[in-house]
Ligand binder design. Structure first.
Ligand code: G4P
Length: 289
């Protein structure tokens, strides 16, 4: 799992590298995590890619709440973005992404040909913040099919373009973007989806946030996984929750006290892996226009 600390210098460098590559690509494939598509979106993406055609791909749909993912897809459609959701662990879905890129660019390619330009492959680039599935996407396509076509005009020596289909090429390295740190809610969401290290936030705050959210929106998942039902009106709900999970999972107490750190570790790893069940951390009502 990639973990990157972002500083202004890093951001400028990433922006510059992506802007350079943009000159030679036809379409950006922007990956966001379906469980938190707003929080996992780079804040300056519009500014960086400007009018370049774009396909927004909501990855990890298998870990997200289907109903909420549908709301997100409707939201993108209403705002005139091309968007789709996928499970990158399922290879059949890669073809859909490529087909959608072809569809988005069909007028552009037809226009080029009508001006006498030889038919050529579409060239795409994958962008996204850490842990949204960029390497999974590129590696899967590269290992299965690709012929490496080597350096081409506009492509620096260290980069390579892989031919994924007769009419489709992809940069072999993704554009890694920095996540949003706009507010606490967003920082917590991106920690819960594993795009930043969880321990850069106070872990108990993150635990409280996640538990409150789950008890409000997904009480059934807490019930199924931990036989837990939280009553937020009860002033002891937090301590009771810790004790309950520790007992259920036989986490050894330390000097007679519940091992809170172990409980949190267990919970966050189950959240990260999606073991608790399919859930989304935000719906489109969270978007700040
Ligand atoms: P990145 O390059 O954007 O940083 O992300 P990367 O491809 O490394 O993916 C991060 C993790 O997310 C990987 O798991 C990957 O397998 C998983 N992943 C990516 N897309 C999907 C998806 O659509 N559904 C599910 N369920 N998982 C997805 P990992 O635990 O870090 O590694 P591993 O399980 O592949 O060994």
């Amino acid at each position: 799992m990639a973990q990157i600390q972002w500083y202004p210098g890093h951001m400028q460098k990433a922006k510059r590298e992506i802007s350079d590559k943009l000159k030679v690509i036809d379409i950006v494939i922007e990956l966001v995590d379906a469980r938190a598509p707003y929080s996992s979106k780079n804040p300056m993406l519009n500014d960086i890619i400007q009018n370049k055609p774009r396909l927004i791909v909501l990855t990890k749909k298998d870990m997200a709440d289907d109903l909420v993912t549908k709301q997100w897809l409707d939201y993108y459609q209403q705002h005139h973005y091309y968007a789709m959701s996928v499970n990158l662990k399922n290879f059949n879905e890669y073809q859909m992404i490529i087909d959608q890129c072809r569809f988005i660019l069909k007028d552009k390619m037809a226009k080029e040909q009508s001006r006498g330009i030889k038919p050529r492959a579409i060239r795409a680039m994958v962008l996204g913040i850490p842990n949204v599935g960029k390497s999974t996407f590129i590696n899967k396509l590269a290992s299965r099919k690709a012929t490496v076509t080597g350096n081409k005009p506009g492509v620096t020596k260290s980069q390579q373009i892989i031919r994924v289909a007769k009419d489709f090429e992809l940069f072999d390295t993704p554009g890694v973007l920095w996540p949003k740190f706009e507010d606490e809610r967003i920082a917590k969401n991106i920690a819960l989806i594993g795009s930043i290290k969880q321990d850069i936030l106070p872990l108990d705050d993150l635990f409280i946030y996640a538990m409150k959210y789950l008890s409000e929106y997904y009480p059934q998942l807490l019930q199924n996984r931990y036989q837990l039902s939280i009553d937020l009106e009860d002033e002891n709900w937090l301590i009771n929750t810790f004790d309950h999970i520790a007992k259920l999972r036989r986490i050894k107490p330390i000097r007679g006290e519940t091992d809170y750190d172990r409980v949190m570790q267990l919970f966050f790893s189950e959240i990260n892996n999606g073991i608790i069940g399919s859930l989304s951390w935000e719906d489109p009502t969270c978007v700040k226009e």
